[in-house]
Design a protein around this ligand. Sequence first.
Ligand code: PLP
Length: 424
Amino acid sequence: MPRESRANSLLAFENLESNVRSYSRSFPVVFRAAAEAILEDEDGREFVDFLSGAGTLNYGHNDPDLLKDAINYLDSGGIVHGLDMATSAKREFMECVDAIILRPRGLTYKFQFPGPTGANAVEAALKLARKVTGRSGIISFTNGFHGVSLGALAVTGNRYYRDAAGLPLAGAVFMPYDGYWGADNDTSDYLDRVLGDASSGVDLPAAIIAETVQAEGGIHPATKDWLRAIERLCKKYGVLLIIDDIQAGCGRAGSFFSFEFADLSPDMVLLSKSLSGCGLPLSLLLLKPELDVWRPGEHSGTFRGNNLALVTATAALQKYWTNEKLSQCVTESGHFVSERLQQAAQSGRYHGLTVRGRGMMQGLDCGSGKLAGEIVRKAFEYRVVVERCGSEDQVIKVLPPLTIDRETLQRGLDILDKSVRETV
Ligand SMILES: *Cc1c(COP(=O)(O)O)cnc(C)c1O
C-alpha cells in the first residue's frame, strides 16, 4: 500500500490486534516518533504527552544521553541477555543505586531482579513476605493498584480488572486507605483496632502493601502522618511493609523514593516503570538484608535484569540523581500544574471539579467518568495525550515528563484548560 494511504490507519490494529488493546482506542492515531514531551503521529502532527507511558517516561522520550549510552553498549558487544548471570552492566547498576540513592538516604537493601514488569516485582515481594513470616494474608488498601497477574491482582481493588481474573482472588484483605472516609477520619486507627483484636476476623497478615500516592486508583496522596502510622503498626504487629513505588517513585512525587518525605524505611520497595529511564522494561525489588531467605533460584525467570535497561538506568541515575536539580524542578513544576488545574477546576465548579496530587502526579477529579471522558477526548482533538484513572475513570491524571520545559508544559495546560471550559 502507498505510504500516504496508510498514514494513521488503524485498520491493521482492528484486524490483527486483540480486543484487549486499550490506549490505541483512547488515542486513535498511529504514533511513529517521539522526543522529550512530544509524540508525533504518521501525519507529522505533534501531541503534548501528559501520559508519559503511565509514569514510565519520567525523563521524557528518547533522552539523547541515555540513548547514547545504550548505543555505545550495543556497539561494544555488551551482554544483552544473560539470564541472571553476573554482568558488568548489572554490577555497575547495583553499585550506582547503592552509592547514589541508598547510602545518602541511610538505606540498606539487597537487590532482587524479578522479571521485567512491575507485576513481576509485586509477585516476588508477596511471595517473599509469605516465606519470611510463614503467614499467607496480605493487607492492601481500597483503590490500590499493583498489577494484573493473579497475585498482584488479588491486592488490586479495581473492579474491572478483578472481574477478568477467572479465578478466585485469594489471600488479600482490603483496609481503608488514607482519606477513604474523609480527611477527618484517621483510617490507621481502624487498622490498629482490627490487628489488635485477635477475634476481629482479620488474620495477622504477612505484609501490608501500599502506594504513597495511589495512581491508577484516582490520585490519592497519603499524608505523612498516616504513612508513619502504617509503618508503626507494621513494627508493632510484626508485619512487613512493602511500598509499591512503581509509579510514584523515580522522582514522580518529588524525591527519588516517594516515601522520603515521611522518612519511612520500608522492608521492601518495588521499582519499575521509570527505572530504566527510557522506557525499557526493568523492575527491581529492594529488600532488607535480613529478609533474604531465598534459596538459590527458588524464584526464577528468564528475563531477570535486562542488561540494556540496566545500562540506561545507570545513565539516568548519573544524569538526574547526583544533584538536587530534578527534585527542585518537580516541586516547582508540580505547583505550577496544580495551580493551573485549580483554575480550570474553578470554571467547572458547578460540577464540583477538584484537584489533588503530589509533585508531578496531579489529578483533576471531575466527579463523573462521562465528564472526564469528554474532557480528555476534547484535549486529544487539541493534541494533548492524557488519561483517566479512579474507580469510575472520573479523574484526569496529569503526568507530564518531569523534565518537560515550561513552554511545552504551558501549551499542554492551556489546552487542558480550554478543554475543561468548553466541556463544563
Ligand atoms: C503499573 C503499576 C504496577 C504494575 O506494573 P506492570 O509493569 O504493568 O506489571 C504495579 N504497581 C503500580 C503502583 C503501578 O503503577
